[in-house]
Write a protein of this length. Structure first.
Lengths: 231, 428
């Protein structure tokens, strides 16, 4: 369960202040796939950053499984992200000069997973995105779709309970994009993991269980979620 | 993140920028090269000096001269002329000589075993049957001085009627094969200085050749001296100088102590009594001071090279942080702590330092090993190496450079650790 309560985030100061998030509240049950919809600059990315503890809103709470992550110390948030969350980005952010194995193994190293457990996990993650044969290949030799699949493998290798995907298909054509989406939804379904997709693509949003529409930093509409947070 | 993983990742990042890493390492490698060679040279120099001093001096022996009285540096002319020494050292103003009374006085000091004046009789020539006469100098043979022999050898003591020739004299005296010289008789000619009315009175002294000494890299004294025993030198000295004002006045005497541990104490007594005394350790100390000054200068150059390379490392690492902004952002998003991100870059700097140190020291070791025989040959040191590499020193150099590099990497590492992941991931 992720509960977002009255989250407010301002950029800049005084006259230049810009309200990126304005009293945003909702809650997402564990295992749900949710799309955060909105136009560019609507605040949807800021919302994702706040929910993952990358950013610190000045007001509000983000309660994940009963714990308000915004009150944790930086090291604790880091550890929390390393063990429970993962990310997929529009432009992949994979290390082109490293092998697929080394790319996927990074979250395991950060989470200090023992060396003898890593290989099996990396192999399983690569198998899940059908890249097993590329384990020794350099990431730069992959096609665009394969790169995003590699990014998914990296995101799921440590079995996170929450997966954030920021425009995961934004740089892909519709066919490869469709394949990538399938892997994401499959992971969520199999592992009962919460999948939060940030997108401006209504087609992708429709495939999710729920949609939260953000406009000018405010929740414009919520579909598919039983309740918003109590005001 | 575990330290081993961080170190491995740091190494991998460097491998991805091979040329840059190598060039940055080479800068620090120049410093490592200079420092390693300087240290090896210093070590070799000290050991060489040690070997020279030990094979030319006796640890129980003090070299004693009379203290120079500064106020007497300009001596008043004495009409009688009697007290003033003439002879080889007479030109040196203000020099004081050790006379027979002084010798007795020194001999009385507790712990002094023997006092031997430095007889250096000014002989006229040396010759052997059927050969020309050659000018020569005679010195005293001391068992503690290590000699290398081209032929024959002296076990223990030389007898009073025996002489050690050098290779040059053996050749000049017609012994093409040095071993032929052993057992042959040579003659030394001398002139009495105090002869009446200027009529030259000459005398010849005969010696049996006991050995032919060869040039040695460790030789301290003049190579051309022929060596006879102290009593033999005294005999010739007395013949030449008896009756002159310089007779029994010595510029330099050797004082042997019974126990080498007393050397320093006896030196102090001598200094109090108006003498200057040098122990073997003093001689070595003087030489070592010189070596240390040289070493310091060379190390200074090395340090300068390292200082320059620090800026190279800072620059390279800053560029690396900029280049990898996204990677840093991603690692932070995935939960890598600021400390670990900083560490990653510090370890990269450490790798650069290690590489530079290893390359520099390795090249120095290689160059030194190749150059050593040539240096020894050029300086006539035979089998003595002037560059001595010690594994411990090389390790200290490398570890030191790693630490310096980590120090240089602190600022870029801090920049990396402070990067805002949101900003970093926005970079496109």
């Amino acid at each position: 369960m992720i509960q977002v309560k009255h989250v407010t985030k301002t950029y800049g100061k005084k006259q230049n202040a810009f309200l990126a998030l304005d009293d945003v509240s909702f809650s997402i049950p564990t295992g749900t796939t949710v799309a955060i919809l909105g136009k560019s600059g609507s605040g949807k990315s800021t919302l994702m950053h706040a929910m993952s503890g990358l950013d610190r809103p000045e007001k509000g709470e983000v309660v994940i499984d009963g714990e308000n992550i915004l009150t944790l110390k930086p090291r604790q948030i880091d550890a929390f992200r390393a063990s429970k969350m993962s990310f997929i980005f529009q432009s992949f952010f994979i290390q082109a000069n490293e092998t697929c194995y080394d790319n996927v193994s990074l979250p395991l190293e950060i989470a200090e997973v023992p060396l003898n457990e890593r290989r099996a996990k990396v192999e399983a993650a690569l198998a899940a995105v059908e890249l097993s044969d590329k384990i020794r290949s350099k990431a730069k030799n992959l096609s665009g779709g394969q790169k995003q699949r590699l990014a998914i493998a990296r995101a799921i290798v440590n079995q996170p309970k929450i997966l954030f995907a920021d425009e995961p298909t934004g740089n892909l054509d519709s066919v490869t994009g469709g394949v990538v989406e399938e892997f994401l939804f499959n992971y969520s379904k199999k592992n009962k993991a919460t999948l939060i997709v940030v997108t401006h693509d209504p087609d992708l949003a429709k495939k999710c269980d729920a949609q939260i529409e953000i406009k000018d930093g405010k929740v414009a509409a919520i579909r598919g979620l039983k309740t918003g947070a109590k005001k | 993140m575990k330290i081993t993983d961080t170190i491995r990742r740091a190494g991998r990042s460097l491998r991805q920028a091979k040329a840059r890493t190598l060039l940055t390492s080479l800068a620090i490698g120049v410093g490592a090269f200079t420092i390693t060679l300087s240290l090896a040279g210093g070590q070799g120099g000290r050991e060489y000096a040690d070997a020279i001093v030990n094979s030319n001096t006796d640890v129980r022996e003090l070299t004693v001269t009379k203290q120079v009285d500064e106020s007497a540096a300009v001596a008043e002319y004495n009409e009688e002329g009697s007290g003033q020494a003439s002879g080889p050292f007479a030109a040196a103003q203000g020099l004081e000589y050790i006379n027979a009374d002084d010798l007795k006085e020194i001999e009385k000091i507790d712990g002094v075993d023997r006092v031997t004046p430095n007889y250096a009789p000014a002989i006229d020539y040396i010759t052997t049957e059927g050969q020309k006469k050659y000018q020569a100098t005679v010195s005293t043979f001391t068992p503690s001085v290590t000699l290398t022999y081209a032929a024959g050898s002296v076990d223990g003591d030389l007898k009073d009627n025996e002489i050690i020739l050098t290779e040059e004299y053996a050749k000049a005296l017609g012994f093409t094969n040095f071993s032929d010289a052993i057992g042959k008789t040579v003659t030394i000619g001398a002139t009495k200085l105090s002869s009446l009315y200027g009529v030259p009175v000459k005398e010849e002294f005969s010696f049996v050749v006991k050995g032919v000494s060869s040039a040695s890299g460790l030789a301290f004294r003049s190579q051309s001296s022929l060596l006879v025993t102290n009593p033999a030198a005294e005999k010739i000295y007395t013949y030449i100088n008896e009756g002159t004002p310089v007779y029994n006045k010595f510029f330099l005497v050797a004082v042997r102590v019974t126990d080498q541990n007393d050397a320093e104490a006896i030196k102090e007594i001598l200094v109090k009594d108006g003498y200057d005394a040098q122990t073997a350790a003093d001689v070595l100390g003087t030489v070592n001071t010189f070596i240390n000054v040289l070493l310091g200068v060379l190390l200074g150059f090395g340090a300068l090279a390292v200082l320059t390379s620090i800026f190279g490392i800072v620059n390279t690492q800053y560029i690396s942080v900029l280049e990898r902004t996204q990677q840093i952002g991603l690692m932070k998003a995935l939960g890598m702590s600021r400390r670990d991100v900083g560490r990653l870059f510090k370890y990269e700097a450490a790798w650069i330092g290690f590489l530079g140190g290893a390359i520099g020291s390795g090249l120095a070791l290689l160059a030194g090993t190749i150059a050593n025989p040539y240096i020894s040959e050029a300086l006539g040191l035979e089998d003595i190496s002037l560059l001595i590499f010690q594994p411990a020193q090389i390790i200290i150099v490398i570890v030191g450079l790693i630490l310096v590099s980590v120090g240089a990497g602190i600022l870029p590492a801090r920049k990396a650790s402070k990067l805002d992941p949101i900003e970093a991931l926005r970079t496109e």
